[in-house]
Every structure is written in structure tokens, then in C-alpha cells.
Ligand binder design. Structure first.
Ligand SMILES: NC(=O)C1=CN([C@@H]2O[C@H](COP(=O)(O)OP(=O)(O)OC[C@H]3O[C@@H](n4cnc5c(N)ncnc54)[C@H](O)[C@@H]3O)[C@@H](O)[C@H]2O)C=CC1
Ligand SMILES: O=C(O)CCC(=O)C(=O)O
Length: 486
């Protein structure tokens, strides 16, 4: 078991909790209050990865041969256990990466729902009967798991992302080795503890924490890892994709976004303001689906801007455990530095700061990585703050005269994850749906917050063009067998 009272989280390998082979650890601090030690996680070695992969390899045949129903029953059990521990897991999540407690509870509840959704997949159809040209033959497709799946996850959704990768991997018959982001490993260990408590067979789920460039790299390179599913930065994703491609492993990458909102001249401005704030600033802007570019038609620009700034200046920023605060800190020091760097860059490039722009350092905030929600105007689409993923609470307002100009700018980015339009005009809606280069298209709704039963993924440089979640997950986690029986 994880010794939470001692705050030490061990690796989980072959059904047992164990220290890294070199005994090295890292201490995770609360980004809202660095005096608060959230936990101590293992800084694992290559040997630890190899042991976990060997365990997953050993377990894969027996797990594959279980019925989908039997695998589903395990996932239902995990869901019930996680649900019973929701408050504890959510509180750890808030303390470890900073998002507010209501957001953390929502995310944990989403983890429970994802587990139940995929548990149900164990009883759904997996193939098709396809007519043969030979009327004496039966031809059909079946699905077979990849084998061992390496799961490499980021810190921004410490419960939901590991679960939305592991649950489909498992239900479709794969075994798993997960390496969570170091900054979120205490929370992930609690999630893994729910799998342990549910009594999954030894080796089916394994967790090894540690440095991405060592542990993640080894998982990607390991010849016995048959598939790699990753969410995180573009730089790391592309690197992992190349490793996987070079050795013929299947891979799936979900990466960055620079997600636009278009506010058309007929938009419901209150709705657009509320969705821009929720989409851009909740979780301190640390979502790949977060709104960052707000493209507004000139006829409503001043009215939209006034409402937006008014609402943003009412937001309380502080420790996410307090119900008084709407926005928590950046998840770690390097995120804070990155956000402050882009705020300076925006000013240097000629954007005008409308609100925010500072680190908060008063008594309540001095021990955390807090930054004010920040809005720039006079932003052009060629500025760094319009093109590079900031992953923080920074919005750039871009004024345009026509809807056509707005569409052109919305698509002028290397990314294509999510995008939203606010309009009451059906022709504008349809033009947006048809022409926007994004995997997640929202009309009169925020860019963030995906539905677990629907496919999720990006176009252009936001993904490897595969889709996660919903039934779409079956495409990555299985291979098709075409069967012909004469
Ligand atoms: N798309 C998304 O949801 C996310 C995007 N990001 C973006 O990435 C930026 C940097 O954040 P990081 O945490 O450094 O992201 P990252 O992409 O480096 O980390 C994501 C995961 O990959 C692992 N990793 C890192 N280097 C690796 C390597 N060489 N081989 C294998 N695994 C490796 C990390 O340990 C972590 O588990 C953020 O500022 C943000 O812009 C970060 C987290 C999530
Ligand atoms: O918006 C969401 O619910 C999901 C965002 C996401 O997948 C991410 O930030 O990595």
C-alpha cells in the first residue's frame, strides 16, 4: 500500500508497491504553498522500467484471454473504489498541481465515469460480418489487443488523463506500464492504488515514476512495449513519435493547442464572455484545449472587452483548497516562469496589457506560483503570444472587421485542437463548422472540457491524427484481424 501517512509513494510493479532500485526520491511541494509537502515519489531507474515491462509482458496473454465482461467487472470495481475515495484523491490533486477543489472533484468524478464507460465496452460488439464472394465462407473482423501499452501522461489532468488512456487499454485486453508526470505522481499513485485494491491480476497495471527523459524514454524505446500513448508538449511528443516509428511500435500523441474563439457581431456577449473566461482561465489556463486567442468583430469589440475585463477583475486567485478562490496557481515554478516570460514578450512585441500581467506576491500568495489572469489587446496573429502555447491564464484579443477575416486568423496557426464560435447566425455557424481546422469544434460553447464518450484529438500539429476517448479509442488500442472461414 502507499504509505500516505509517511507521504511516500512507491512504484507499483507486478502487483507490489516497491521503491526504485537506487532508492532515490523526489519531494513534491504544493504549488499554492511550497511549505506543504504533498508527497515523496520515486526517481526510478531503467532497471525499474524493465522490470515493469517484463511483468506486463508476462501478464498480457492471460489478461487478453479473459472475457471482455470479466475485464469490465474489474474496471467497475476500480470505479467504485475511486468514487469512495473521491474527496481524498481530489484534495491530493489540488494540493499537488493547484487546480481548485471543485475542478479536482469534477475531474475525479469524470475518472469514475470514464472507468464505467469503458467497463461497459467489455460487452459491446468488436467486429463486423463482411460478405464473402464465396457463398460457402464466413468472413468477419475481430479485434486483438496490442499487448503491452506504455502510457506517458502530463500533470494538468492527473486523474482523468491516466484513466482515459488506461481504461480503454485494459478493456480491450492490453496490459499497461504508466509513467505519470513527476509533478502529478502522488495523485497518480492514489489512482493506481484503486486498481491495486480492485485486485487486478499481477502485472496487468504497473506504475513507474521518474524523469521523462529517462523513464519515459525507456518506455518508448523498449522492444516489448507494443504501443505508446502520450499527452504533453509538442517537443516531447514528436520525439517519442520518432522513437516509436523507428522501431515499428504503434503510437498516439495528443499535444498542444492555440485555440481560438470567434465572437461574431451577432453573438450573445454574456455567453461569449462567460465561455472565454471558463475556457481560457479555469485550471489556470493549463489545458491543451484552453482558449488563448479571442478574435472579436469590431462592431461588438468594445462591449465585449468591457464585459470581459469587468468579470475577470472580479475573479479571486489563491489556494484552490479555499472555496473563495476561483483560480489556483501555476502548477510549478517553470510554468510560472514560462507565463511571465510570455507576458513580457507580449509587451515587447507591442500588445497592450488590459489587466493582470503580474506575479502575486502579497502575504496570501507569497509561497505559491500565482499569476494574475492577464488580457492583452492590440494583439496581432504573428506575435509569439498568438502562435506559441503559453499554458497559462493569458488571453489575447484580436480585433477584426469581418467574419471571413476572423476565420482566416483562427486557422493561421500550426495547431488545430479546439475552436469555438459565438454567433446566432446559422450561416456563420455552418461556415465555421466546415472551414475551421480543429478536431473539437464548439458553437456557442467554450473550447475546453471534453465529453468522455466522444472522440477527442486534434488536427495539424496538435496530435498524431489519432483520436482518444469514446469508441474511437478502440482504433488505437487494438488491431483488426480479418477472419475467413471456409
Ligand atoms: N497538451 C497537454 O495537455 C500538455 C501540454 N504541455 C505543454 O508542455 C509544456 C512543458 O510541460 P512538460 O511537463 O515539460 O511537458 P512534457 O511534454 O515534457 O511532459 C509530458 C510527459 O512526458 C514525459 N517526458 C518528458 N520528456 C520525455 C522524454 N524525453 N521521453 C519520454 N517522456 C518524456 C514527462 O515526464 C511527462 O510525463 C507546457 O508548458 C505546455 O505548453 C504540458 C502538459 C500537458
Ligand atoms: O478540456 C479537457 O477536458 C481536456 C483537456 C486535455 O486533454 C488536456 O489539457 O490535456
Amino acid at each position: 500500500m502507499i504509505k500516505t501517512e509517511e507521504k511516500t509513494c512507491l512504484n507499483y510493479v507486478n502487483g507490489r508497491w516497491k521503491s526504485s532500485s537506487n532508492g532515490e526520491t523526489k519531494t513534491n511541494l504544493n504549488p499554492a504553498d511550497t511549505n506543504d509537502v504533498v508527497g515523496v515519489v520515486q526517481k526510478s531507474t531503467l532497471e525499474d522500467v524493465d522490470e515493469a515491462v517484463a511483468a506486463a509482458k508476462e501478464a498480457k496473454t492471460a489478461w487478453r484471454k479473459l472475457s471482455g465482461d470479466a475485464r469490465g467487472k474489474y474496471l467497475y470495481k476500480v470505479a467504485n473504489i475511486l468514487e469512495s475515495r473521491l474527496d481524498e484523491v481530489a484534495e491530493t490533486l489540488t494540493r499537488e498541481m493547484g487546480k481548485t477543489l471543485p475542478e479536482a472533484k469534477g475531474e475525479t468524478a469524470r475518472g469514475v465515469a470514464i472507468l464505467r464507460y469503458y467497463a461497459g465496452e467489455g460487452l459491446r460488439e468488436v467486429g463486423n460480418v463482411i460478405p464473402s464472394t464465396d457463398n460457402q465462407a464466413l468472413q468477419y473482423t475481430n479485434r486483438t489487443p496490442l499487448g503491452v501499452v506504455g502510457v506517458i501522461t502530463p500533470w494538468n489532468f492527473p486523474v482523468a488523463i491516466p484513466i482515459w488512456k488506461m481504461a480503454p487499454a485494459l478493456i480491450y485486453g492490453n496490459t499497461v506500464v504508466i509513467k505519470p508526470a513527476t509533478e502529478a505522481s502522488v495523485t497518480c499513485a492514489k489512482v493506481i492504488d484503486c486498481f491495486a485494491e480492485a485486485g487486478l491480476p499481477e502485472g496487468v497495471v504497473n506504475m513507474v515514476s521518474g524523469k521523462g527523459s529517462v523513464i519515459g524514454q525507456r518506455i518508448a524505446e523498449h522492444p516489448d512495449v507494443n504501443g505508446i500513448t502520450f499527452t504533453g508538449s509538442n517537443q516531447t511528443g514528436r520525439h517519442l513519435g520518432q522513437i516509436a516509428l523507428a522501431r515499428g511500435a504503434k503510437y498516439q500523441l495528443e499535444m498542444g493547442g492555440k485555440n481560438p474563439v470567434i465572437v461574431a457581431d451577432d453573438a450573445d456577449l454574456d455567453l461569449a464572455v462567460q465561455a472565454t473566461i471558463s475556457g481560457g482561465l479555469s485550471s489556470t489556463g493549463q489545458k491543451c484545449t484552453a482558449t488563448s486567442r479571442v478574435i472579436v468583430q469590431s462592431a461588438v469589440y468594445d462591449a465585449f472587452k468591457a464585459k470581459l475585463i469587468n468579470k475577470i477583475e472580479e475573479l479571486n486567485v489563491g489556494n484552490g483548497l479555499s472555496s473563495e478562490n476561483w483560480m489556483g496557481p501555476c502548477a510549478n515554478e517553470s510554468q510560472l516562469e514560462k507565463v511571465l516570460y510570455y507576458i513580457e514578450k507580449g509587451k515587447e512585441e507591442g500588445a497592450t496589457l488590459l489587466t493582470g500581467g503580474n506575479r502575486l506576491t502579497d502575504d496570501e500568495h507569497k509561497d505559491g506560483y500565482f499569476v494574475e489572469p492577464t488580457v492583452f489587446e492590440n494583439v496581432t496573429n504573428d506575435m509569439a503570444i498568438s502562435q506559441e502555447e503559453i499554458f497559462g491564464p493569458v488571453l489575447g484579443l484580436i480585433k477584426v472587421d469581418t467574419f471571413e477575416e476572423a476565420m482566416k486568423l483562427a486557422n493561421d496557426t500550426e495547431f488545430g485542437l479546439s475552436a469555438a464560435v459565438f454567433t446566432e447566425n446559422i450561416r456563420k455557424m455552418l461556415a465555421f463548422i466546415d472551414d475551421i481546422e480543429a478536431g473539437l469544434v464548439r458553437v456557442n460553447y467554450e473550447t475546453a472540457g471534453v465529453e468522455l464518450q466522444a472522440p477527442f484529438g486534434g488536427m495539424k500539429n496538435s496530435s498524431s491524427h489519432s483520436r482518444e476517448q469514446g469508441r474511437a479509442a478502440i482504433e488505437f488500442f487494438t488491431s483488426i484481424k480479418t477472419v475467413f472461414i471456409k
